[in-house]
Design a protein. Structure first.
Length: 140
Protein backbone atom coordinates (compact mmCIF):
# COMPACT_ATOMS: atom_id res chain seq x y z
CA UNK A 1 0.00 0.00 0.00
CA UNK A 2 1.21 3.49 -0.87
CA UNK A 3 2.44 5.44 2.15
CA UNK A 4 2.85 9.15 2.65
CA UNK A 5 6.17 9.91 4.24
CA UNK A 6 7.87 13.15 5.17
CA UNK A 7 11.66 12.96 5.27
CA UNK A 8 13.39 15.76 7.18
CA UNK A 9 17.14 16.20 6.72
CA UNK A 10 18.66 15.17 3.40
CA UNK A 11 22.20 14.13 4.30
CA UNK A 12 23.47 10.70 3.19
CA UNK A 13 21.06 8.86 5.49
CA UNK A 14 17.94 10.98 4.87
CA UNK A 15 18.41 11.16 1.12
CA UNK A 16 18.92 7.40 0.78
CA UNK A 17 15.70 6.76 2.75
CA UNK A 18 13.89 9.38 0.65
CA UNK A 19 15.10 8.08 -2.71
CA UNK A 20 14.45 4.44 -1.90
CA UNK A 21 10.90 5.06 -0.65
CA UNK A 22 10.17 7.17 -3.75
CA UNK A 23 11.51 4.41 -6.03
CA UNK A 24 9.15 1.97 -4.30
CA UNK A 25 6.22 4.20 -5.26
CA UNK A 26 5.49 5.95 -1.97
CA UNK A 27 4.63 9.64 -1.74
CA UNK A 28 7.63 11.40 -0.23
CA UNK A 29 7.85 15.00 0.92
CA UNK A 30 11.57 15.85 1.30
CA UNK A 31 12.56 18.77 3.53
CA UNK A 32 15.91 20.38 4.28
CA UNK A 33 17.07 23.88 5.19
CA UNK A 34 19.92 23.59 2.68
CA UNK A 35 19.00 24.50 -0.91
CA UNK A 36 21.63 22.28 -2.59
CA UNK A 37 20.43 19.22 -0.69
CA UNK A 38 16.84 19.97 -1.63
CA UNK A 39 17.83 20.40 -5.29
CA UNK A 40 19.71 17.08 -5.26
CA UNK A 41 16.53 15.30 -4.16
CA UNK A 42 14.06 17.12 -6.40
CA UNK A 43 13.92 14.33 -9.02
CA UNK A 44 13.94 11.61 -6.39
CA UNK A 45 10.94 12.66 -4.29
CA UNK A 46 7.32 13.70 -4.84
CA UNK A 47 8.00 17.21 -3.49
CA UNK A 48 11.25 18.69 -2.22
CA UNK A 49 11.15 21.93 -0.23
CA UNK A 50 13.45 24.25 1.67
CA UNK A 51 12.19 24.73 5.23
CA UNK A 52 13.34 25.00 8.80
CA UNK A 53 12.03 21.87 10.47
CA UNK A 54 12.15 23.44 13.92
CA UNK A 55 9.58 26.05 12.89
CA UNK A 56 6.15 24.66 13.74
CA UNK A 57 4.29 27.11 11.48
CA UNK A 58 6.43 26.06 8.48
CA UNK A 59 5.73 22.39 9.15
CA UNK A 60 2.00 23.06 9.46
CA UNK A 61 1.98 25.15 6.27
CA UNK A 62 3.55 22.22 4.41
CA UNK A 63 0.64 20.02 5.47
CA UNK A 64 2.78 17.68 7.53
CA UNK A 65 -0.29 16.77 9.61
CA UNK A 66 -1.60 14.83 6.60
CA UNK A 67 1.36 12.44 6.72
CA UNK A 68 1.21 9.24 8.77
CA UNK A 69 4.94 8.64 8.67
CA UNK A 70 7.97 10.83 9.24
CA UNK A 71 11.72 10.25 9.26
CA UNK A 72 13.81 12.84 11.09
CA UNK A 73 17.33 12.48 9.73
CA UNK A 74 19.08 15.34 11.49
CA UNK A 75 21.96 13.82 13.42
CA UNK A 76 24.38 16.54 14.42
CA UNK A 77 22.06 19.28 15.65
CA UNK A 78 20.62 17.59 18.74
CA UNK A 79 18.33 20.50 19.60
CA UNK A 80 16.84 20.61 16.09
CA UNK A 81 16.34 16.84 16.04
CA UNK A 82 14.56 16.80 19.42
CA UNK A 83 12.42 19.87 18.72
CA UNK A 84 11.37 18.58 15.32
CA UNK A 85 10.44 15.16 16.75
CA UNK A 86 8.38 16.75 19.51
CA UNK A 87 6.54 19.00 17.05
CA UNK A 88 5.75 16.17 14.63
CA UNK A 89 4.21 14.16 17.49
CA UNK A 90 2.24 17.22 18.66
CA UNK A 91 0.99 17.89 15.14
CA UNK A 92 -0.28 14.30 15.12
CA UNK A 93 2.06 12.32 12.84
CA UNK A 94 1.47 8.77 14.01
CA UNK A 95 4.84 7.14 13.23
CA UNK A 96 7.94 9.24 13.73
CA UNK A 97 11.27 7.47 13.16
CA UNK A 98 14.38 9.40 14.11
CA UNK A 99 18.10 9.08 13.49
CA UNK A 100 20.26 9.44 16.62
CA UNK A 101 24.00 9.90 16.82
CA UNK A 102 24.47 8.14 20.18
CA UNK A 103 22.71 6.51 23.14
CA UNK A 104 22.16 9.77 24.99
CA UNK A 105 20.47 11.28 21.94
CA UNK A 106 18.38 8.08 21.59
CA UNK A 107 17.15 8.32 25.21
CA UNK A 108 16.05 11.94 24.78
CA UNK A 109 14.22 11.09 21.55
CA UNK A 110 12.38 8.23 23.26
CA UNK A 111 11.29 10.60 26.06
CA UNK A 112 9.81 13.09 23.60
CA UNK A 113 7.82 10.40 21.82
CA UNK A 114 9.89 9.02 18.91
CA UNK A 115 8.30 5.77 17.75
CA UNK A 116 11.58 4.29 16.57
CA UNK A 117 15.14 5.49 16.98
CA UNK A 118 17.86 4.44 14.56
CA UNK A 119 21.60 4.70 15.12
CA UNK A 120 22.79 3.95 11.55
CA UNK A 121 26.52 3.57 12.18
CA UNK A 122 26.02 1.43 15.29
CA UNK A 123 23.34 -0.78 13.69
CA UNK A 124 25.35 -1.22 10.49
CA UNK A 125 28.44 -2.12 12.53
CA UNK A 126 26.51 -4.88 14.31
CA UNK A 127 25.18 -6.20 10.98
CA UNK A 128 28.62 -6.23 9.38
CA UNK A 129 30.03 -8.13 12.38
CA UNK A 130 27.26 -10.74 12.02
CA UNK A 131 27.86 -11.04 8.28
CA UNK A 132 31.56 -11.55 8.86
CA UNK A 133 30.83 -14.11 11.55
CA UNK A 134 28.57 -16.11 9.22
CA UNK A 135 31.16 -15.94 6.38
CA UNK A 136 33.47 -17.94 8.61
CA UNK A 137 31.15 -20.94 8.34
CA UNK A 138 30.93 -20.63 4.54
CA UNK A 139 34.74 -20.26 4.19
CA UNK A 140 35.31 -23.31 6.36
P1 LIG B 1 24.45 12.22 7.10
O1 LIG B 1 25.30 11.62 8.19
O2 LIG B 1 23.15 11.54 6.93
O3 LIG B 1 25.20 12.42 5.82
P2 LIG B 1 25.04 14.97 7.69
O4 LIG B 1 26.38 14.53 8.17
O5 LIG B 1 24.98 15.77 6.45
O6 LIG B 1 24.07 13.70 7.62
P3 LIG B 1 23.28 16.00 9.77
O7 LIG B 1 23.64 16.96 10.85
O8 LIG B 1 22.84 14.66 10.20
O9 LIG B 1 24.51 15.93 8.80
O10 LIG B 1 22.18 16.78 8.92
C1 LIG B 1 21.41 16.16 7.96
C2 LIG B 1 20.64 17.21 7.19
O11 LIG B 1 19.70 17.89 8.04
C3 LIG B 1 21.50 18.33 6.57
O12 LIG B 1 21.29 18.32 5.16
C4 LIG B 1 20.99 19.62 7.20
O13 LIG B 1 20.96 20.70 6.28
C5 LIG B 1 19.58 19.23 7.63
N1 LIG B 1 19.09 20.05 8.74
C6 LIG B 1 19.71 20.33 9.90
N2 LIG B 1 18.93 21.10 10.68
C7 LIG B 1 17.78 21.33 9.98
C8 LIG B 1 16.57 22.06 10.25
N3 LIG B 1 16.37 22.73 11.38
N4 LIG B 1 15.60 22.06 9.30
C9 LIG B 1 15.76 21.39 8.13
N5 LIG B 1 16.88 20.68 7.83
C10 LIG B 1 17.87 20.64 8.73
Amino acid sequence: MKKQVVVIGLGRFGSSVCQELYKMGHEVLAIDSNMERVDANRDHSSHAVIANATDESELKALGVRNFDNAIVAIGDDLQASVLCTLMLKEIGVSKVWVKARDLQHQKILEKVGADRVIQPEYEMGVRVAHHMDSEKIIDY
